[in-house]
Design a protein around this ligand. Structure first.
Ligand SMILES: Nc1ncnc2c1ncn2[C@@H]1O[C@H](COP(=O)(O)OP(=O)(O)OP(=O)(O)O)[C@@H](O)[C@H]1O
Length: 236
């Protein structure tokens, strides 16, 4: 039987070291964090602090040298590559700083990609894609390609793509990093609203004060180490 948990992801004493030539970088050192289900958790820290490395370890895209990740009650260290891939497809939506849309595909086709990988039927794909673009306020932009959309619109397409398969968690790496502050606020507000509507947990790696102000919980990294855990302004 699977354990019920209040934390969708827990990391236990994670270490990840890179060796490049003769130098060694301790990108993540002894990091233990808990990501509460349904909340917005932010991971902050200067450039090079290890945020992206930690995010990749949590989604199973990268493997720790030591420690383990418990994802939705399952120990990822016991999972094979294909099992981790299946877990990502079913349970994780990704949002990136540079949007990560396929340039030749329309908004509609970009949002459809995860559903194709999960082998949804054509009619179900069409319905879900329209619904997801509607959630982010882009039902009038179905046939636009990324270069025909503003930065904020592109990120909203990316959010629709992350949400379309109804994941349990969205992992976002600097989702507002390329946007001006007002557009960033709109994108963040869209993510928050959808996470509340669908009960999706948000984990956001960021430098952005707006995200930090909206967070329920903030973890701060420095030089690969966890130096602070604090309750965010959303909870005070
Ligand atoms: N594939 C890699 N090979 C070698 N070193 C790496 C690799 N990826 C990251 N590093 C190093 O690990 C450290 C942490 O990098 P990481 O990208 O996790 O930081 P970050 O906090 O996400 O930074 P930023 O905010 O600039 O994206 C850095 O010193 C980086 O140079």
């Amino acid at each position: 039987m699977m354990m019920m948990t209040d934390f969708i992801i827990e990391t236990e004493h994670l270490h990840r070291t890179y060796h490049v030539g003769s130098s060694t970088v301790h990108a993540v050192q002894d990091v233990s964090i808990q990501v509460p289900t349904g909340a917005l958790t932010a991971v902050v820290g200067r450039s090079g602090a290890g945020k992206t490395t930690l995010l990749n370890l949590m989604s199973g895209l990268d493997t720790p040298d030591e420690g383990r990740v418990i994802f939705d009650g399952e120990d990822m260290s016991t999972m094979s590559g294909p099992q981790k891939l299946a877990l990502r497809r079913e349970k994780v939506g990704f949002v990136f700083q540079n949007f990560g849309l396929l340039p030749l595909l329309t908004a509609q086709e970009n949002v459809e990609v995860p559903l194709r990988m999960m082998r949804f039927s054509r009619s179900e794909r069409q319905q879900r894609v329209r619904e997801a673009l509607d959630w982010v306020g882009l039902s009038k932009r179905l046939r636009h390609r990324p270069y025909e959309l503003s930065g904020g619109e592109q990120q909203r397409v990316a959010i629709a793509r992350a949400l379309v398969a109804r994941p349990k968690i969205i992992l976002a790496d600097e989702p507002t990093g390329q946007l001006d502050s007002r557009t960033g606020e709109v994108v963040l507000e869209t993510m928050r609203r959808l996470s509340e509507t669908f009960g999706i947990t948000l984990l956001i790696v960021t430098h952005d004060d707006t995200v930090m102000r909206a967070a329920d919980l903030i973890y701060e990294l420095r030089d690969g180490k966890l130096i602070d855990k604090r309750v965010g302004a959303a909870q005070t």
